[in-house]
Design a protein around this ligand. Structure first.
Ligand code: DAH
Length: 338
């Protein structure tokens, strides 16, 4: 028994520090567990001859003591190491730069559209919207388009196959829908999408218009000019000149187109204005009596003016965009610039 105990003491002196609590527990079981070697040897003490007992007892006590010291120290070390590892794995550097959130930006069409709508809101106009899917009555007939008018041509209008419906070709139907909803006096600004079967560098099958109109008693063409002049001065600055050219629209009489002086050359003539010094900006006129009749408004009592303008052309000039398709490709490298 003495040699066995000495061997255990030697073994214990050479024990390698266990890496974790499981391996430490194996060591403890091996020596101090119920079937462990130290435990079995101390059970054997009783059967020893008395003269051997003191030495064996001393060795046994020493083995037990060393093992307990070893186990206690190992346990403490392993627990410390575990805590240390946890601290290290949870560490983060608060001084590192944060990942930048990426911000979107407003679409140039929305920027221009809102700016124009705001100007008319400040003049007392109310915003109205109409559906993008319309019928012939609202898009053409009630707006005094003769049945054979070329604007009804299938090449311009997207008809919805199999149904008496179409994609509206302009925002003018909102004139009709607003007057069905509210009785005059009434001033409306109506922004929205419109559709025409046309596509090239300056035409997109979907584009945006803003319609505006006023119906009241004794409205004059002078008020139309004054309102549009004021609008243009707010949009392009007070130095901008305007001019009106006679034109034709079925839903206005008289009709006009309004030009603004070219901001690029100040009117002297350049590439942008094709050497004319003027840029066409909108169509307008005095609302045709037939349009008022179509919504049961008495043209002998009420009259008004209307105008309509395209947003894309204004935005393209302002931001120097040469190709309309860039506006709708949704390439974020393009859109981020605004
Ligand atoms: N609806 C016309 C178009 O799409 C634009 C227009 C012209 C609207 C004259 C008007 C107007 O209200 O008076 O081409």
């Amino acid at each position: 028994m003495i040699p066995e105990l000495k061997k255990i003491l030697e073994e214990v002196a050479l024990l390698q520090p266990p890496p974790d609590l499981e391996s430490l527990n194996e060591i403890r079981l091996k020596y101090l567990g119920k079937k462990g070697s130290v435990t079995s040897l101390s059970r054997g003490m009783r059967g020893l001859p008395p003269e051997m007992k003191p030495e064996a007892g001393k060795l046994l006590g020493e083995a037990r003591q060393r093992l307990e010291n070893f186990i206690g120290a190992s346990e403490k070390r392993i627990k410390q190491e575990t805590v240390q590892r946890e601290i290290e794995s949870e560490f983060f550097d608060v001084t590192l730069p944060a990942t930048q959130p990426s911000f979107g930006s407003r679409h140039p069409i929305s920027i221009v559209m809102d700016e124009i709508v705001e100007i008319f809101i400040s003049l007392g106009f109310q915003i109205e919207e109409g559906p993008e899917i319309e019928n012939d009555h609202y898009n053409f007939e009630s707006l005094n388009f003769p049945p054979e008018h070329p604007a009804r041509d299938m090449q311009d209008t997207f008809q919805i196959s199999g149904l008496p419906l179409l994609l509206r070709t302009h925002t003018s139907p909102v004139q009709i829908r607003s007057m069905e909803k509210y009785r005059p006096p009434l001033s409306v600004i109506a922004p929205g999408k419109v559709f025409r079967c046309d596509a090239d560098v300056t035409h997109s099958p979907m584009f945006h218009q803003i319609e505006g109109f006023t119906v009241d008693e004794k409205v004059t063409f002078g008020e139309l000019k004054g309102t549009l002049d004021l609008f243009i001065h707010r949009l392009y600055g007070p130095k901008t000149k305007t001019r009106f050219r006679p034109s034709y629209f079925p839903f206005t009489e008289p009709s006009a187109e309004m030009d603004v002086s070219c901001a690029t050359c100040g009117g002297a003539g350049c590439r942008i204005c094709k050497q004319t010094g003027w840029l066409e900006i909108l169509g307008c006129g005095m609302i045709h009596p037939n349009v008022l009749r179509a919504v049961n408004v008495d043209p002998d009592k009420w009259n008004g003016f209307a105008f309509g303008l395209g947003i894309e052309r204004i935005a393209m000039r302002r931001y120097g965009i040469g190709d309309i398709r860039l506006l709708f490709e949704n390439d974020t490298r393009f859109l981020r610039q605004f």
